[in-house]
Design a protein around this ligand. Sequence first.
Ligand code: PMP
Length: 405
Amino acid sequence: MNATRSRFLDHCRQGLDTLRAEGRYREFARLEREADRFPVYRHEGRDVIVWSSNDYLGMGRHPSVIAAGQEALAAHGAGAGGTRNISGTSPLIAALEEELATLHGMEAALLFGSGYVANQAAISTILTSLPGFHVFSDAKNHASMIAGMRGLPGVTRHIFRHNDVAHLEALLASVPADAPKLIAFESVYSMDGDVAPIGAICDLAERFGAMTYLDEVHAVGLYGETGGGISERDGLAHRLDLIEGTLAKGFGVVGGYVAARAEVVDHIRSNASGLIFTTALPPATVASALASVRHVKGDGALRGRLAAQARLLKAKLDAAGIARLPSESHIVPVLVGEAEACRAVARRLLAEFAIYATPINYPTVPRGGERLRLCATPFHAEAMMDALVVALRSVLPRAALSRAA
Ligand code: PMP
């Protein structure tokens, strides 16, 4: 018997048993998207309404986005055929990067395989470029940003309380004035739907000589005159050093990027492993993303519909007395408060009402903060919303009862 293998297998089994016992074992439902029926999906042979899609505007099914992908697939083939460095950089990629730079009013942008990789690669590259960097990270930052700042030699990480400008100020004041500093935060927080005080954080960055890195993953395409995110909406993009975004949510495709000054982008392009040593995104994906960005930039009405849908969903939940977190955005979290109860709610919604809403459990949110994270896209009809409210009114009290028992 191989000693390491048997110890490791024991470790796997015990870990999985713990996850099951704590109600945190992740099951991946197999949901089949049908482009022309969004947000109706097929699940185990029947139709279900999905309330947990990050394709916030339904751009993944937009005819121009599908057509652009189909044309590029036929014209250029299935894969990029190389890393960016080795024959993988196409005119399509260059055009998408230019489009994204313009979207944020930045000099340049750099495309990555995903938003996760963009965060991990860009942040770690920045922090290892000058000796003695201090990074100031919001307590609710996404795992991909944390992956880019953890365990780097010579880098000190400071975690400020979520959206707490006074705490950030105290931490900034506690390090040597001449140390290089980066403040990393999000605009719309993915699990609570609240919004960062971007202007106040930029003020502190100026006062303490820090650079700023803003993750706008849950805001690009959705906020601002042209979909440039909260930083565009609030007229603050010019005060930020880097803006990071995804092509997977508001733009409905896949891919991530950072936008910044030309030298900063060139430095990351030249040094980030997560860019250099991986195959570029395929032409169909890039063409679809480009079509989506171009469409979304000009479609303020679509953004308006998303905002109206969020208002309507919140109003209906409130009228029905369903507890939700006070989100300022299109993300509508309905609190359940315990892992097994949260999973039971999701199971019943699916089994009894053909409604799919993902339970969000620890460690994605703190214990006690377990929730359903809902989002009404412009394609969710009002009758679907009413059916959701009826279903939640039936299922949530039963979860509370079983929790009390
Ligand atoms: N940042 C945040 C705040 C996110 O929520 C996510 C993904 N959910 C990412 C980055 C990663 O983006 P992507 O899905 O494009 O990898």
